[in-house]
Design a protein around this ligand. Structure first.
Ligand SMILES: Nc1ncnc2c1ncn2[C@@H]1O[C@H](COP(=O)(O)OP(=O)(O)O)[C@@H](O)[C@H]1O
Ligand code: SF4
Ligand SMILES: [Mg+2]
Length: 326
């Protein structure tokens, strides 16, 4: 089966006076139809820029400088600007942290949603309106008819994000990239949206990349997980494998520091040190300064290798088995 998305050695850089920040550094992964991949890592690790690079939305001073992005076998890096416009919002949708990246402040919701359908589907306006209404219901919006007649400023932030998600669902794309879209929503709504997205993927074969710093979301939603550190994917495998037997010391640190794994009132486990600037990384393994397993060998860059059914960039993998998942 052709993967919906196959990313090969993707490289995106930002040029600044301080040097070149390799925001996406030799990133490879693939997602099958209907599969949900969690993309996790601390702030600044390159998660959003991976999503933007796939969508062709990197602007100067950023630049995609290498690799391939195969979408249903077509290399998006070779696609024209017009082809990319057609693909975006139709075959691939991105849901941003800020819903106003998707919503037009001066148009009513029904106008925006109907336009989004009619731009890509040959249906009547009435059918498009029906699809818009259904999509609002799917993301848990009560009184959808009334909401359709509203403007974005009449919604709360959480409600706006639900509308943005509904717009992404409208044309049943093959791939949806979600960039921490539910962080601002309350837990119940978040759960409802995650459930709906997972159901949609199973039913329609939509592949989903869910970008988050919250591993418990990944544990509940995703099939596979890619862990990013300083622009590289350091571990990638099934959620079951990676969260139960993390092999990369950084993955282990992320799991151990997840609030849901720690008892109330206890101090949280923390990964030593702080996230480094991409302009000041140590030579070799970028995690070296913070890693309890580091040795002299780690002054070389660890290549990706296969271990226990997952891919891994580390010279000295952990040997732990966690009894409780997140
Ligand atoms: N506009 C920009 N100018 C310069 N560097 C940037 C810019 N946007 C992102 N970067 C670089 O890309 C890195 C990754 O950013 P990002 O993908 O947004 O991280 P994440 O989504 O994981 O928090 C940042 O740490 C920064 O070095
Ligand atoms: S390669 Fe070395 S420094 Fe990097 S994570 Fe593995 S053990 Fe730690
Ligand atoms: Mg981000």
């Amino acid at each position: 089966m052709t993967p919906t998305l196959q990313v090969e050695n993707l490289q995106t850089q930002f040029h600044s006076r301080g040097g070149i920040a390799r925001a996406v550094n030799d990133v490879s992964f693939s997602i099958a139809p209907g599969e949900v991949m969690g993309l996790v890592g601390e702030s600044g690790s390159g998660k959003s820029m991976t999503g933007y690079s796939i969508m062709g939305l990197i602007d100067p001073p950023g630049e995609v400088v290498g690799g391939r992005v195969l979408f249903n076998g077509q290399d998006l890096r070779q696609a024209s600007a017009e082809q990319m416009r057609q693909i975006r919002g139709n075959r691939i949708a991105m849901i941003f942290q800020d819903p106003m990246m998707t919503l037009n402040p001066v148009l009513r919701i029904d106008t925006q949603m109907v336009e989004a359908v009619l731009a890509h589907q040959n249906v009547s306006k009435a059918t498009a309106l029906g699809l818009a209404r259904d999509a609002l219901v799917r993301v848990g919006i009560a009184a959808p008819d009334e909401r359709l007649r509203s403007y974005p400023h009449q919604f709360s932030g959480g409600m706006r994000q639900r509308v943005a998600i509904a717009i992404a669902l409208l044309n049943r794309p093959d791939l949806i990239i979600c960039d921490e879209p539910t962080t601002a929503l309350d837990v119940t709504i978040q759960g409802q949206i995650l459930f709906e997205m997972q159901k949609l993927c199973r039913e329609t074969g939509t592949a989903l990349i869910w970008i988050t710093h919250d591993l418990s979301v990944v544990a509940g939603l995703a099939d596979t997980v890619s862990v990013m550190y300083a622009g590289r994917i350091v571990e990638n495998g099934t959620v079951e494998q990676v969260l139960r037997q993390p092999r990369h010391p950084y993955t282990y640190g992320l799991i151990a520091s997840a609030p849901s794994r720690n008892a109330a009132g206890q101090p949280l486990h923390q990964i030593a040190g702080s996230t480094p600037s991409l302009l000041k990384l140590p030579d070799g393994c970028a995690f070296r300064d913070r890693c309890g397993n580091a040795s002299a060998a780690c002054s070389q860059i660890p290549e990706t290798r296969q271990l226990d059914g997952r891919s891994l960039r580390c010279f000295h993998p952990m040997e732990v088995e966690l009894c409780a998942t997140l």
